[in-house]
Design a binder for this molecule. Structure first.
Ligand code: ASP
Length: 346
């Protein structure tokens, strides 16, 4: 029986699969088959590699929830055939896509690794090669019993494998484009692979993969700044169809104590709108009630998102709303980790 591992590459697009248009100089997607031409080293890996490409390949700024559903359906269909999955994706919205997929792919027991590049694959100094080759190697990695080392949705970039739903794009210039500010890297890659098994999600349930495909995107992000006006806040809170708001507050979850602001939030909560408080800071967590300025939010019925990233907060809400849970259940689930996306012991 062959022990060769099999990895499926899912090309969605992004810089990793783009080249310059000779006429305009703008970057546009390459023909998918040409991507393989640029990385002949793929043939040197002792791994069976198959690939599927989105048609057309897209810049990730064009990604929509229906693309996440397409990725999830592809993994569902191909799940038994492969040991791991590598998704080539633009960096701009990669953290949203990885977060969304982490909620959609319940009971995952195989690695799903998003990767991309800051420089197109055809360029001399491209980071595409290293990112792709290492992602494939991690996707095929297993213990002596053949059990996958990583069984969650991740992002691999430069030298680190991060939990996808903890990740944020932090840099539009350097090769280390992603950070996971509130959770350690799952693997650090240098001369060797250093797996941090204490931080890798353990799937002990041995239950079959369950793919969730309903997402509800009637969500707004309300980022506070000194001087934000009642009109703007009201316009957001009264948007047609609105079901939930990610409130980006200051520091440990604080906001202005102006009466109109409190009243606007309390009134929205009374209309069954879920308001989740996360911090504008990269590192650290919301601690509702630590300062009077967050106690007020608590009184208005706003719930804590602890150390959720914006990307994880938005996609977790889309997922929970799509599952049609009651508002009360969504509020409970928003304040506990579903798949390692948050730390609540504060
Ligand atoms: N705009 C590109 C994208 O996200 C950027 C990249 O891939 O790095 O698709």
């Amino acid at each position: 029986m062959s022990t060769q591992k099999s990895v499926l590459l899912i090309f969605t697009g992004g810089t990793i699969s783009m080249a310059e248009d000779p006429q305009t100089g703008a970057l546009k997607p390459l023909e998918f088959n040409r991507v393989r031409e640029f990385i002949p080293e793929l043939k040197l890996l002792d791994i069976h590699i198959e690939s599927i490409a989105f048609t057309p390949l897209i810049d990730s700024s064009d990604v929509q929830p229906h693309h996440w559903i397409k990725i999830a359906e592809t993994i569902e269909k191909e799940y038994e055939k492969h040991d791991g999955f590598v998704i080539l994706h633009g960096t701009d919205t990669m953290a949203y896509s990885a977060s969304a997929l982490s909620f959609m792919l319940e009971n995952l027991s195989k690695p799903v690794i998003f990767t991309g590049a800051q420089l197109p694959i055809g360029m001399l100094r491209t980071d595409a090669k290293e990112n792709l080759l290492t992602s494939i190697e991690i996707a095929a990695n297993s213990d002596e019993n053949g059990v996958a080392t990583v069984h969650e949705v991740c992002i691999y970039f430069e030298d680190s494998l991060f939990r996808g739903n903890r990740t944020t794009k932090k840099n539009a210039e350097l090769f280390n484009a992603f950070a996971s500010y509130n959770y350690p890297a799952l693997v650090k890659v240098g001369v060797h692979f250093n797996f941090s098994s204490a931080h890798i999600h353990q799937n002990s349930k041995h239950t079959p993969l369950n793919v969730h495909k309903q997402l509800d995107s009637n969500i707004a992000i309300l980022k506070l700044f000194p001087g934000i006006t009642p009109q703007i806040v009201q316009a957001i809170l009264h948007s047609e169809g609105l079901r939930a708001v990610v409130l980006e507050s200051y520091g440990a979850g604080n906001a202005s104590r102006q009466e109109w602001f409190f009243d606007a939030l309390a009134e929205a909560v009374n209309r069954d709108i879920i308001i989740v408080n996360i911090t504008q800071c990269n590192v650290g967590s919301v601690q509702m009630g630590r300062y009077e300025t967050s106690l007020n939010l608590q009184k208005a019925g706003v719930i804590s998102g602890f150390d959720l990233t914006t990307e994880a907060a938005v996609t977790k809400l889309m997922f929970l709303l799509g599952e049609n849970f009651s508002t009360d259940i969504i509020k409970i689930k928003m304040q506990q980790p579903l798949i390692g996306e948050m730390t609540c012991d504060i």
